[in-house]
Design a protein around this ligand. Structure first.
Ligand code: GRF
Length: 217
């Protein structure tokens, strides 16, 4: 099996990229990170890619669909990992059902334009909900609106601050995103939406073998 080539789009620190680099490793037979594309030339995520000897590209204009498509053209799966720009509709259409994003809350709640970073956790705490979590979803033409691929809950604690909640959710993101990427890669990245349903410590994909959370690549 040829490893599925994955492009990762980033804008910031790249801790989700690092989780993917660690999970897919150099020798993964399932998936490999073929390129890291950043919306900013000074994103620390680029240094993580360079340390892992992964080719990088910086978008001159993240609103230019042709540029975004060209940057990720050799990927079968495109992953937004801390990417803060809206993907142009023509690029969404080009990567339909092969473009996913990680969001630090249980969508559809606490998502949408402007809902990123600390603001998400502030809104969760202000709402008084008992559960937050992480969501991996398909990207469509609107922020955080596409069909959900996988979610994992994170309890909210009475003494939580936005930073303490963010840190706990981020730990879950770092396990959920690699599991979702590996599950999709094992399925050959079907060009239709699938849902990964947690089953104990595993994810069960409808009519497919169980994919255990944290499986090595
Ligand atoms: C993460 O919370 C992610 O969910 C959101 O951006 C944050 C930072 O991601 N999309 P990273 O550390 O740059 O991967």
């Amino acid at each position: 099996m040829t490893p599925v080539p994955v492009a990762v789009l980033v804008s910031g620190g790249g801790t989700n990229l690092q989780a993917l680099l660690d999970a897919l490793g150099a020798g993964s037979a399932v998936a490999r990170i073929a390129r890291v594309v950043s919306s900013r030339g000074n994103a620390a995520a680029l240094d993580r890619a360079r340390r892992a000897r992964v080719p990088v590209a910086v978008l001159a204009d993240p609103t230019d669909a042709a540029e975004v498509v060209a940057a990720a053209a050799d990927a079968r799966l495109v992953v937004l990992a801390g990417y803060l720009k809206r993907v142009p509709p023509a690029a969404v259409a080009r990567f339909r059902w092969r473009l996913i994003n990680i969001h630090p809350a249980l969508l559809p709640a606490f998502g949408g334009d402007g809902m990123y970073g600390r603001r998400v956790h502030q809104a969760v705490l202000a709402s008084g909900v008992a559960l937050s979590g992480a969501t991996v979803h398909y990207v469509d033409e609107e922020y955080d609106r596409g069909p959900i691929l996988a979610q994992w809950p994170v309890p909210v604690r009475a003494d939580d601050t936005p930073d303490s909640l963010a840190a706990r959710v981020l730990e879950v993101e770092h396990r959920l995103l690699p599991a979702a990427v590996l599950a999709l890669a094992r399925l050959g990245v079907p060009e239709r939406p699938v849902r990964l349903v947690p089953d104990g410590s595993a994810f069960v994909v409808a009519d497919h073998p169980t994919v255990r959370l944290g499986d090595a690549g």
